[in-house]
Design a protein around this ligand. Structure first.
Ligand code: URP
Ligand code: ZN
Ligand code: ZN
Ligand code: ZN
Length: 496
């Protein structure tokens, strides 16, 4: 065959363009974009007729928690690499970046990385990489960043300003940022004021206010805005070190990020579907049901949702990730119900594991929302994540001769109305917070490196868990400012 795969009659969308092309694939790469219909009779092993449907690059989801030890509350993740990536491909996602979690008691980052490789290898339906999650930024641990970045393809870190198991102090944040800069790494920051939310949690508990909805009360927006401001202020002391504020939910935090960007600071931001589609009212469901939507930061109000959509459209948010961090609901051993006791029949929100599943629903929810231009949609779910995390243009685009053939073929417009139920999803979690919502489209085919791995109408998941490859990532192409002249007037520890 001249080609391994040809897709005809589709409307191709990238971050830059919307145009009708046929696509030819050979040896895992996109090799040709040709005028629409011109490849219908090509000599190809497989031909897919897109019937006028949109074609996008596969989703790149760079915020996914799989098989991590309990660090965000009591339970442990319900999805393994196998089940989480199975869910990913069924929702049009072709590459994930998960976390290699270093716990406080674990001195070595390289050890944490090796353990994570062992869990993922041979168990991933899609391509993958890892961020280092730094729980203990000791000098020894930070001395390993060089190996991670230069040899292991780990070019990003996540640090936390909350969670007992992970929270680091401001001086430690500075040490991480300085070491990250020397090693050309991007630092992801979870910005919530942990000390204050613990204090508020004590106050609520002393009044007996422990039901799931008080999770939201314990984390008012100002805690996120304060920590976001502090992260930005700290990063300004280490000139030219890029940071990314993860899972931003609050308009105040968004405004502070925008202001830093306008001032020329290398500050990036991420948001997630839960801040676009859920509100705090979802935590106020009867009994313990609200626990299904307990994540941090918590979903806010309608006005906040609008502000987050605006931040996506105006470029304040570089990426839109799932923050897939699933725990079963009806599971007293490992799930949300671990916090239910005889004294607290509606649970104790402090102990509810934080996080919700969403790897499979991310693309369909946002694609169908009608609230982002199609090019913007591809930008925030595929192209920018690939650029930000050193995977572009191999991932995140449809460039002939350059991009892997990671492709989503959507249904022709107006043909589908799909009601989301947990039963139709492919994760190993017993609920979805989006149960009963209707979306107007869904990935019909998901293709990774030229191979159809998801065929919704013919077999569903048709990929294999051994197919996904680990990708060593290069430095961020968006955050690539390490060498640029230090900003005038910026205090810079490195010059002391
Ligand atoms: O509630 C959340 N977001 N759980 C996942 C852990 C994290 O902080 O990203
Ligand atoms: Zn072949
Ligand atoms: Zn986080
Ligand atoms: Zn997360």
């Amino acid at each position: 065959y001249e080609y391994d795969l040809v897709i005809t009659n589709g409307v191709c969308v990238t971050a830059a363009d919307v145009a009708s092309y046929d696509i030819a694939v050979k040896d895992e790469k996109i090799v040709l974009l040709a005028p629409s219909g011109s490849l219908a009779g090509a000599n190809a092993e497989k031909i897919i007729d897109a019937e006028g449907g949109y074609i996008t690059p596969g989703g790149v989801d760079c915020h996914v928690h799989l098989e991590e030890p309990a660090m965000f509350g009591k339970g442990s993740s319900s999805d393994t690499y196998e089940t989480g990536t199975r869910s990913a491909i069924a929702g049009g996602c072709t590459t994930i970046v998960g976390f290699a979690p270093q716990q406080k008691k674990e001195p070595s980052l390289l050890k944490a990385l090796a353990d994570t490789h062992a869990r993922a290898k041979g168990n991933s339906f899609c391509d993958y990489g890892f961020h280092m999650m730094v729980g203990n930024p000791s000098p020894e641990a930070l001395s390993e960043l060089k190996t991670l970045s230069e040899n292991e393809g780990i070019t990003s870190l996540k640090i936390y300003m909350t969670y007992a198991a992970l929270q680091i102090r401001d001086d430690q944040i500075l040490s991480v940022l300085l070491a990250a800069r020397s090693n050309r790494m991007l630092t992801m920051i979870h910005a919530e004021n942990g000390d204050v939310l613990n204090w508020l949690t004590d106050q609520l508990e002393s009044k007996g206010l422990v039901a799931p909805k008080y999770h939201s009360t314990s984390r008012p927006t100002i805690l996120e805005a304060e920590a976001t401001n502090r992260a930005i202020a700290l990063s300004s002391l280490i000139a030219n070190t890029p940071i990314l504020l993860v899972h931003v939910s609050d308009p105040g935090a968004t405004l502070r990020i925008r202001q830093a960007q306008t001032a020329g600071q290398p500050v990036f931001a991420e948001t997630c579907p839960q801040y676009l589609f859920l509100t705090r009212d979802d935590l106020d469901a009867p009994g313990f049901e609200g626990a299904k939507c307990v994540c941090s930061p918590p979903p806010r109000d309608k006005a906040s949702q609008d502000a987050i959509w605006t931040g996506l459209r105006n470029g304040t948010f570089t990426v839109l990730s799932s923050d897939h961090c699933p725990f079963n609901y009806d599971d007293a051993e490992k799930g949300k119900m671990t916090c239910i006791t005889a004294e607290n029949p509606v649970g104790k929100f402090r102990e509810i594991p934080n996080g919700i599943p969403g790897i499979e629903t991310r693309l369909p929810l946002v694609f169908s929302s009608g609230r982002l231009a199609l090019t913007k949609f591809v930008e925030v779910v595929a192209a920018n994540p690939a650029k930000l995390y050193g995977l572009y243009p191999r991932k995140g685009s449809l460039i002939p001769g350059v991009s892997d053939a990671d492709i989503v073929v959507w249904y022709p417009e107006g043909r589908r109305d799909i009601t989301i139920t947990n039963e139709m999803l492919h994760h190993a979690t017993d609920y979805t917070p989006y149960e009963g919502r209707t979306v107007g489209n869904w990935p019909r085919f998901t293709i990774i490196r030229g191979k159809v791995v998801w065929d919704r109408d013919n077999g569903g998941v048709v990929g294999e868990k051994t197919f996904g490859k680990f990708f060593k990532r290069g430095p961020s192409s968006l955050g690539r400012i390490w060498e640029t002249a230090q900003k005038q007037g910026a205090f810079d520890v490195a010059t002391l």
